[in-house]
Write a protein that binds this ligand. Structure first.
Ligand SMILES: Nc1ncnc2c1ncn2[C@@H]1O[C@H](COP(=O)(O)OP(=O)(O)OP(=O)(O)O)[C@@H](O)[C@H]1O
Length: 273
């Protein structure tokens, strides 16, 4: 059992920003959420973490509808790193990471040894141990991002939802972070723009276009030149090495297939769902 979305849709104003998406990750795997800007990745993550309720369909955690569970119960199982996480500027890094322990605290709220062990491990995993006592406003953008990830790890979740977690990170930290996420014994759903990182670290990917899942499966099956052309409107060469590892090379120039030809949010067909 895990966090699952069944045929979820979310209407925001006039727009159907998520349109009938089903997500059933195998526990312990890393799922990449791919798709162009505005395709619904963040919106789907908000439905998965209970920050928003679907207009139709259902999100369940261990079979129970998310809306029927307390915030605390959800937070004990599901940790979120959103794209625009806000943090007070005068707080120390260690205290930001300690926030991840709140769902596990007893009524008196005292920090137990277990909390401190989890915080220390999270700082270590994200390479922030030597910055634990720094004030937030002294951190770089990438260090802040790693601190938010450390906070999520300190939560010791079973499910980890990450919205573009690599966008402020240098290449070494991008690789380290996704390598860490893919090795953790948790189920992770990660919105990503970088198709090469998705190919390298995700067990499966789901590609969204205008709120719809238009393809899903192992990166080697999904990330074809044709799909990249149709979804992103970009020409690409996809190569696999002898171990099946993919490299996507992008090329400037026109493409010869219609872009986003898999329909809009107007009720027309949606293959791959
Ligand atoms: N309050 C709102 N009312 C109407 N539409 C909205 C609202 N908030 C977001 N949207 C639209 O929902 C769609 C999906 O947005 P979402 O942020 O989920 O996409 P995304 O795939 O995460 O994009 P990006 O890659 O740019 O982060 C977008 O077209 C966006 O304009």
């Amino acid at each position: 059992m895990t966090l699952e979305a069944r045929d979820v849709a979310w209407r925001r104003g006039e727009a159907l920003v998520v349109d009938g998406v089903t997500l059933r990750p195998t526990p312990g795997t890393t799922i990449g959420l791919l798709g162009p800007n505005g395709s619904g990745k963040s919106s789907l993550l908000r439905l998965l973490n209970g920050a928003a309720r679907p207009s139709s369909g259902v999100v369940t955690l261990d079979g129970a509808e998310l809306g029927s569970l307390s915030r605390r119960d959800v937070a004990r199982a599901v940790a979120v790193v959103s794209q625009h996480a806000h943090t007070d500027t005068d707080i120390r890094v260690r205290d930001v990471v300690r926030l991840g322990r709140i769902p596990h605290r007893g009524f008196l709220g005292a920090a137990a040894l277990r909390d401190e062990v989890a915080v220390a491990a999270a700082l270590e995993h994200t390479g922030l141990t030597d910055k634990a006592d720094r004030l937030w406003h002294t951190l770089s953008g990438g260090e802040r991002q790693r601190a938010h990830i450390a906070r999520a790890l300190a939560q010791e979740p079973r499910e980890l939802l990450l919205d573009e977690p690599t966008n402020h990170l240098d290449i070494r930290h991008q690789l380290e972070l996704l390598s860490l996420v893919s090795r953790l014994p948790v189920t992770s759903v990660v919105a990503l723009h970088d198709l090469n990182l998705a190919a390298m670290f995700c067990d499966e990917v789901i590609v969204l276009t205008r709120g719809r899942a238009v393809a899903g499966g192992p990166p080697g099956e999904v990330l074809t030149a044709e799909l990249i052309a149709r979804v992103y409107g970009v020409r690409a060469q996809v190569r696999a090495d002898e171990r099946g590892r993919l490299t996507v090379l992008f090329q400037p120039g026109p493409i010869d297939v219609p872009v986003e030809s898999w329909g809009a949010s107007d009720g027309s067909g949606s293959p791959g769902r």
